[in-house]
Design a protein around this ligand. Structure first.
Ligand SMILES: NC(=O)c1ccc[n+]([C@@H]2O[C@H](COP(=O)([O-])OP(=O)(O)OC[C@H]3O[C@@H](n4cnc5c(N)ncnc54)[C@H](OP(=O)(O)O)[C@@H]3O)[C@@H](O)[C@H]2O)c1
Length: 396
């Protein structure tokens, strides 16, 4: 069978290299063509489909797969093709893709993977797969070149449900362990010591074993990126809602990843959440309390608590003026709502805006651009004598 491969991202490239090392004859396509240069490649994705019997796909997300398969590839080139989609997709998308591709006379397999680059390099990924069983048997040997275990499910959607469950667990395990390490450090326990002890105690896990060196050396080059895990948690969120289920811990996990994204760490490896969790100011009780008080409309108290934090921050700390901006936002609300002083409030909001302009490209866990946009909106509302109390200005 002629084999095509779409997607030379972090994991896709590692799989292609592994397949080539196992003597699989393979032709690739990648949207950014430069990444394909060292491989037998097609510049046009339709050419890849025309000249392949089996096409492996591993690209960013369901939106990308939908766009690629149904808008980029001519449907006549999909006919009779075996499509193995290893992207981590949303549940709704895979159900739709199975149906749609069946109608186009193609064989679609949802085939999410467990494991990352190191597992791909050693041929020890785990695949969960669903699709036509007879066709699956024909492609099993090719899949075995980069996997150590394949779970075939006759039920469509089941691999995706399990994959999303797995990544929910991954988010929890990684976050708990990394938070443990950073809290330990703030209490004076060395990183090496806490990691070693966790590995010999309750924290012993595949995650810590494979990410230990990344955390120790602060090498957050991506194997599996923060933004992709955030995407998967959003898919998981959609999935549990569909089944009327609820998670008590999903929101905090998502929040931490969102903070990392706001801090411009999106393309870092998931172990990079360490940078967010270890930052003392943003994990300080006063910071968290200040934001909570603000959210509940206690603007004066929020201002007081954040100011206390601000006083403790050394002059040369780069986040000092960011906290100042937040204090001023609290003060602006207080001035307008409680003290009924629109002119004073406007002035304070403008000050906050000026401070924030210096933080647009900094790693500050909040979406600074959005906050600036919101300040402009608030100033506008004040000028129109509108009520700003329900307006959410601080965004994660
Ligand atoms: N990395 C892991 O350890 C891991 C593990 C299990 C599952 N996964 C899943 O595997 C998928 C890929 O992960 P990755 O880490 O390899 O991602 P990545 O490094 O971010 O690469 C993303 C790939 O998708 C391509 N792409 C994005 N949008 C596209 C579009 N609209 N049309 C065509 N191609 C598009 C990119 O092309 P360009 O090069 O042109 O940007 C790139 O090849 C994701 O769904 C991820 O959740 C990853």
């Amino acid at each position: 069978m002629r084999i095509g491969f779409v997607g030379l991202g972090n994991l896709g490239k590692a799989i292609v290299d592994r397949m080539i090392s196992q003597n699989v004859d393979i032709w690739v396509y990648n949207r950014t063509i430069e990444k394909a240069r060292n491989y037998n490649h097609y510049k046009e994705p339709n050419d890849l489909f025309k000249n392949s019997d089996v096409v492996f796909i591993i690209i960013r997300d369901s939106k990308a797969v939908e766009e690629f398969l149904f808008n980029t590839i001519d449907s006549k080139h999909l006919q009779n093709k075996i499509i193995i989609d290893m992207t981590t997709n949303s549940y709704d998308f895979v159900i739709y893709a199975h149906e749609k591709l069946k109608n186009l006379n193609a064989y679609y397999f949802e085939a999410p993977l467990l494991g990352s680059i190191p597992a791909a390099q050693t041929g020890s990924l785990v695949m969960l797969i669903s699709g036509d069983f007879e066709i699956y048997k024909k492609i099993e040997e090719i899949i075995k070149t980069f996997t150590r275990k394949i779970y075939y499910f006759s039920e469509i959607g089941k691999p995706t449900k399990i994959k999303l469950l797995n990544n929910f667990a991954l988010a929890g395990i990684s976050q708990t362990l990394i938070e443990t390490i950073s809290i330990a450090q703030h209490m004076g326990i060395e990183k090496e010591v806490i990691i070693d002890i966790l590995l010999n105690g309750a924290g012993r896990s595949y995650f810590l074993e494979i990410k230990k060196d990344k955390i120790l050396n602060e090498d957050f080059s991506p194997q599996f990126s923060i933004e992709l895990l955030y995407k998967d948690l959003n898919y998981f969120d959609e999935l549990i809602k569909k089944f009327h289920l609820y998670s008590t811990v999903l929101e905090p996990f998502k929040n931490t990843l969102k903070k990392a994204i706001n801090s411009n760490y999106s393309s870092m490896d998931i172990s990079g959440i360490y940078l967010v969790l270890r930052e003392k100011i943003f994990n300080d009780e006063k910071f968290i309390n200040g934001l909570r008080l603000f959210e509940t409309g206690n603007y004066f108290q929020a201002h007081e608590v954040l100011e206390e934090l601000w006083r403790e921050i050394p002059q040369d700390n780069k986040y000092k003026n960011f906290i100042k901006a937040l204090i001023q936002i609290c003060a602006g609300y207080y001035k307008y709502i409680e003290q009924k002083n629109p002119q004073g409030a406007k002035k304070i909001f403008k000050n906050a805006r000026n401070y924030l302009l210096n933080y647009v490209n900094e790693n500050v866990i909040m979406d600074v651009k959005e906050i600036i946009k919101n300040i402009d909106e608030v100033i506008n509302m004040i000028e129109n004598n509108e009520d700003i109390s329900g307006f959410k200005i601080l965004v994660l």
